[in-house]
Write a protein that binds this ligand. Structure first.
Ligand SMILES: O=C(CO)[C@H](O)[C@H](O)COP(=O)(O)O
Length: 216
């Protein structure tokens, strides 16, 4: 699965930028609050408008403090998938239940330095695990290979039936790195600059998809 990140798109032309990646499985929407991460992007009003502007399922990645308070609003706004950070959530199990009750899939994200093992029981309540392969906050950063061990662990837990979730990776995914992530067991690839900095974002997305498929 491919989830182009609109963080690298032209925010003044979001409907057109979504149309340019019409073959995407999910459209990844980075919500940043300038507290949990040192950057400020978009919030609920833009997600509501985007929902009307595209049929691609919205994959909202909340890089915000206090997601327990804000996340269900994104589900109610029509996001397909709402991902919160385990480092920010106060009660991630209750939050997953709230997100599902509000009609969304629940996603849990781990920063590069956050281990997976302490959260295996929590992840039983989630539909997606988003492994960050850069420090969250900005597009265009270098891929951190060291997170691939975490991906391999997640893949093993899914393949042995201990977890039932989509393994997603975010940060530094491009034509040099996607094969390594695919080999480690990623199901869904977020790519921002590698898609939207290309002359033809739709073609770039499909090239990445093919590279991932060849590597699996
Ligand atoms: O969550 C993010 C940053 O925090 C972005 O989704 C991610 O960095 C995508 O950008 P790129 O593919 O250019 O690394």
């Amino acid at each position: 699965m491919m989830a182009p990140s609109i963080l690298s798109a032209d925010f003044a032309r979001l409907a057109d930028e979504a149309a340019a990646v019409a073959g995407a499985d999910w459209l990844h929407v980075d919500v940043m609050d300038a507290h949990f991460v040192p950057n400020l992007t978009i919030g609920l009003p833009v997600v509501k408008s985007l929902r009307k502007a595209t049929d691609i399922p919205l994959d909202c990645h909340l890089m915000i403090d206090d997601p327990d308070r804000w996340a269900t609003g994104y589900a109610e706004a029509g996001a397909h998938n709402v991902t919160v950070h385990v480092e920010a959530a106060h009660d991630p199990v209750a939050l997953a239940k709230d997100l599902r009750a509000a009609g969304a899939k629940a996603g849990l994200s781990l920063k590069p330095g956050t281990p997976l093992e302490p959260y295996v029981d929590v992840l039983k309540h989630y539909d997606t695990l988003l492994v960050m392969s850069v420090e969250p906050g900005f597009g265009g950063q270098e891929f951190m290979d060291e997170v691939l061990d975490k991906v391999r662990t997640a893949r093993r837990l899914v393949d042995t039936g201990h977890l039932r979730l989509v393994v997603e990776i975010d940060g530094g995914i491009n034509e040099d790195t996607i094969a390594r992530a695919a080999e480690a067991g990623v199901d869904c690839f977020v790519a921002g600059s590698a898609v939207y900095d290309a002359a033809d974002p739709g073609a770039a997305l499909e090239r990445l998809r093919q590279q991932a498929a060849r590597a699996r």
